[in-house]
Design a protein around this ligand. Structure first.
Ligand code: ZN
Length: 371
């Protein structure tokens, strides 16, 4: 079995020291594959004077050239023939430009082990039929955003009794259908089956605020979950305090804080970061995070804010093995009461558009300069 195959089957999902060596070998494996099969990637590494063979230990990952996520918005890089790409996902681009990332069967199979393991750890799997309410787009043949695919994928953790989409495809495009969602919520509250919501935190929050303002209160069946992913994006400034959000969920839907789960991930780094009961995004065994100084791009110590560099060997069909996001974040390693040993990632915000361009340019410069 490949190193990557082994890594994604590990049971030690939040004890990184147990998989550091395997992770390094796995990154070398994926990096070599992309280097040998994607001429653009090979050029990027060659220009940086970097060879995949240089990755021997976990510490070597800091030297692996990263590609800014912005780069994928302007260049399509693949390391397998187009016909082998089963899913071509695009980021939910708020700015109009989208990254196009292709996944081949092998990469998807690798990812499926992660989904199984993470789902087990966080008790997301259930055999109870569940009513899903999705604050997102109804999937269609033309809708390729990673969010709509991921959201739909989440409706398989427990068998779907029903699926209600907040954004419906109509003759005139997508339309938000709050009334339908509210009706579905009411139905859910009377059902014996648990409800699960899936969606951007902002949509979830706006709906709950609207329900509260209208005086609507439901007591959702036991086992109901609020799951959220995709971050706050353009609603960043409207983000409530987490505690306030949890209070709102309890007040309107009678769902406890420990049944509110948030996910973090990106189309360029499709690793499932799931918040623990203390609402921390621990780094799972399938990825590593390096926080870098925005000016020098050198790794900084845990606890220091910087640019978030995400590394994972999961995808081999597109060279996203090390990507630089436009997020500012910090890694915490002060120990979490939940018992997970790995550090947790806190996203502090996004760098401004001008900064992103600078960062991307800086990143490309960095690639050219060599390590
Ligand atoms: Zn924790």
């Amino acid at each position: 079995m490949s190193y990557t195959g082994k890594l994604f089957r590990t049971r030690h999902i939040y004890d990184l020291s147990k998989t550091d060596d395997l992770f390094a070998s796995s990154v070398r494996e994926t990096c070599s594959f992309c280097y040998n099969n994607c001429s653009d990637y090979r050029r990027i590494l060659d220009e940086a004077g970097f060879s995949p063979e240089k990755i021997n230990t976990i510490d070597d990952l800091a030297d692996l050239p990263f590609i800014p996520t912005l780069y994928f918005k302007h260049h399509t890089l693949t390391s397998v023939p187009d016909r082998k790409l089963i899913i071509k996902a695009t980021s939910s681009g708020t700015s109009g430009t989208m990254s196009r990332i292709g996944f081949d069967l092998k990469s998807l199979m690798t990812g499926s082990h992660m989904v199984i393991n993470v789902g087990k750890y966080h008790k997301l799997w259930s055999i109870k039929p569940t009513n899903y309410i999705i604050f997102g787009y109804q999937p269609t043949k033309t809708n390729k955003t990673a969010f709509s695919k991921t959201a739909y994928g989440f409706t398989f953790f427990a068998p779907a009794r029903s699926r209600t989409f907040a954004l419906e495809m109509t003759d005139s495009g997508y339309k938000l259908n709050w009334d339908r969602v509210l009706k579905a919520m009411e139905k859910c509250s009377k059902s014996r089956c648990p409800m699960r919501t899936i969606g951007f935190p902002a949509y979830t929050y706006f709906l709950l605020k609207d329900m509260k303002a209208k005086g609507i209160r439901y007591k959702m069946p036991k086992g109901s979950l609020i799951t959220m992913g995709g971050g706050w994006k353009q609603f960043y400034t409207e983000q409530p305090d987490k505690k306030e959000f949890y209070r709102l969920v309890k007040e309107v839907l009678d769902i406890d804080e420990d049944h509110i789960i948030e996910f973090f991930g990106a189309v360029e780094h499709p690793i499932l970061y799931t918040d623990c009961r203390c609402h921390h995004f621990h780094v799972p065994a399938y990825g590593r995070v390096i926080i870098r100084d925005p000016d020098t791009l050198k790794p900084v110590k845990n606890g220091t804010i910087g640019l978030v560099n995400l590394i994972s060997p999961m995808v081999r069909s597109t060279p996203v093995v090390s990507v630089m996001t436009d997020d500012l974040g910090v890694l915490h390693d002060e120990g979490c009461p939940c018992g997970a040993k790995s550090p947790w990632l806190e996203i502090i915000g996004r760098v401004g558009v001008a900064d992103i361009v600078t960062c991307a340019a800086g990143g490309e410069e960095y690639l050219k300069e060599g390590s």
